[in-house]
Design a protein around this ligand. Sequence first.
Ligand SMILES: [Ca+2]
Length: 204
Amino acid sequence: MRYWRLNFTAGNSVAILLAEFRLIAGGTNVAIGCPATADGQYSSTYAPGMAVDNNVATHWQYNAAYPHWLKVDLGAATSIGIYEVVAEDAAGATYSPTAWTLESSEDGVIWTERDAQSGLTWTNGEVKTFVIALPVTITGNATIATGAAVDSVVIREATTRAHVETIIPAVNGDWTADVMVGQYDISYFASGCQPICHGPYTIE
Ligand SMILES: [Ca+2]
């Protein structure tokens, strides 16, 4: 997934401080230097980019009550198996977030929850490492009778009916999507045709 976001839900009500947010693929922190945004910043010295500058002596800071968020754009779809959060080295024990969800997105619009943490405690400068499940890539081909691609392919969770992803196929109907292990149904939509829904498919 290209976009990664931490949604912070609990911590000190005065401020949030975070030295580093690392997204690790194949042993490398691929978040370094990537565009980072957040719900706010104390000043340019404490801008969101300070959380992805590969320097534990700098930090993102925003003096406001929760919730907060921090988002990184990796520039291209990337499979992340591990992420790390590093506390600020002088006051991180007090001002680090204690609960969050991690989400990823292909387009920055539709987000999938990848991890959730709560009740965390910190020491100054502490590094916390979290392992997340990798998605599974699924593929298909969807065309109408003329051979043209359908307009869209919609993936939903089979039990909750929750929307997972909408894909616009290639002109030949080929499509691909990254989903977590689970059960899904897949619907095909084309102008002038009745929608078709197949499934449930078990992805494991
Ligand atoms: Ca930093």
